[in-house]
Design a binder for this molecule. Structure first.
Ligand code: ADP
Ligand code: MG
Ligand code: MG
Length: 355
């Protein structure tokens, strides 16, 4: 009596491609003794298409075959609907697994639809997803939880358009170069630049504003990048920490996905005390956003004095078999397939608690 798991991937997001790769990896690793896998590939227009071939077609920039499917925002259907020329059919699904990164997937929007439909789904709920996606809100919650962060400021588009010179002055005086400029709601380093002078700062704003009306500006630090995977609902566990050694000036899109010279150190070379402190902070961060299921929590560690700052939380981290999230669990004793099984169990537990 296998359960049917639907992997939601692609999506209307700057991280569309990355998501397709993650979903292919998950489809390949789900335990087929336990689960039947159904791929739902969401195209850049937001239409939902069924089947593995849909990923391949979308990767080539072509429209998938057949008719799109729909999830209705009303409880009780236990699956998808497909409208065809002959009428409509129901396609049963027991569990949804959003493998979507960035806006319209990692930010609570899909989670809202899944809540309305009252179906179990993997990962964080609406609130945690939204808070984890928005770097401005995330930082407020982290500071509320007493987690230390680098100095930062949130700037709205209107503020920038009306009075950029006073915004620049404030940033230069209160934070100083180098500055990192980021769209508040994005991931995979899309839209992020490092600025070391005024002209670069103006260009960085223009770039970040392509993706969001809200921009987060931070003090640039010379730091090691340490990441911790967390897993659980009410009881949360943290993996051993791993370290990223980017091949570029910072861990930008190219260093993440294109150039294969970035290295992952697992475990990160840290003292026992440092590792435990990071694990504790990761769990605190997860609780601060009201997380459930999974998240990867990323830190900076000052290269000179070892000071730790939290950078961000990612509620749907990269999930290929060579991604940090599953690799950290692998090294902590939980293999990729078992991890997927555990995530599905957590989704079902959370769903049952709500009924
Ligand atoms: P994303 O959600 O897109 O991953 P991050 O905030 O993690 O955004 O930034 C991406 C990368 O940019 C980080 O992994 C790091 O390499 C670099 N970076 C971001 N903020 C800073 C900072 N304040 N100081 C130094 N490097 C930074
Ligand atoms: Mg992120
Ligand atoms: Mg990041």
């Amino acid at each position: 009596n296998k359960k049917k798991v639907a992997l939601l991937c692609g999506g209307r997001s700057g991280e569309h491609e990355v998501s397709l790769v993650s979903a292919n990896a998950i489809a390949g690793a789900l335990d087929r003794e336990r689960y039947d896998v159904l791929i739902i590939a969401i195209d850049r227009q937001g239409k939902w298409w069924l089947g593995e071939h849909a990923i391949a077609r979308m990767q080539k920039g072509e429209e998938p075959y057949g008719d799109p499917v729909h999830l209705l925002p009303e409880p009780g259907r236990q699956g998808l609907i497909r409208l065809t020329a002959q009428g409509w059919e129901e396609i049963p699904v027991q569990i949804f697994f959003p493998v979507l990164h960035g806006p319209n997937g990692e930010d609570g929007t899909i989670q809202g639809l899944l809540e309305l439909a009252n179906v179990p789904y993997v990962g964080c709920g609406v609130l945690a997803s939204a808070c984890g996606m928005d770097k401005g809100i995330m930082k407020m919650l982290f500071s509320q939880a007493g987690l230390s962060q680098v100095p930062y400021q949130v700037v709205q588009r209107l503020q920038w358009e009306k009075e950029s010179s006073s915004v620049i002055e404030t940033l230069e005086e209160s934070i100083g170069y180098p500055l990192f400029v980021k769209p508040a709601n994005m991931g995979s380093s899309v839209g992020i630049s490092k600025a070391s002078n005024r002209q670069a700062l103006q260009e960085a704003f223009a770039e970040a504003l392509l993706y969001d009306n809200k921009v987060v500006v931070e003090k640039g630090v010379e730091a090691r990048e340490i990441e911790v995977s967390v897993l659980g609902n009410n009881e949360v566990s943290a993996s051993i920490p791993g370290e990223i050694v980017p091949c570029n000036d910072f861990y930008d899109y190219t260093a993440k996905y294109i150039d294969d010279r970035s290295r992952l150190l697992i475990p990160a070379p840290l003292t026992q005390e440092e590792s435990e402190a990071l694990q504790q902070m990761a769990i605190q961060a997860f609780k601060a956003i009201d997380g459930t299921g999974l998240a990867r929590v990323d830190f900076f560690m000052d290269k000179k004095n070892g000071q730790i700052w939290i950078n961000e939380i990612n509620t749907l981290p990269g999930f290929t078999s060579i991604s940090m999230y599953p690799k950290l669990w692998q090294s902590s004793g939980l293999g990729y397939s078992d991890l997927l099984h555990r995530l599905i169990e957590l989704a079902e537990e959370r769903h049952q608690e709500k009924q």
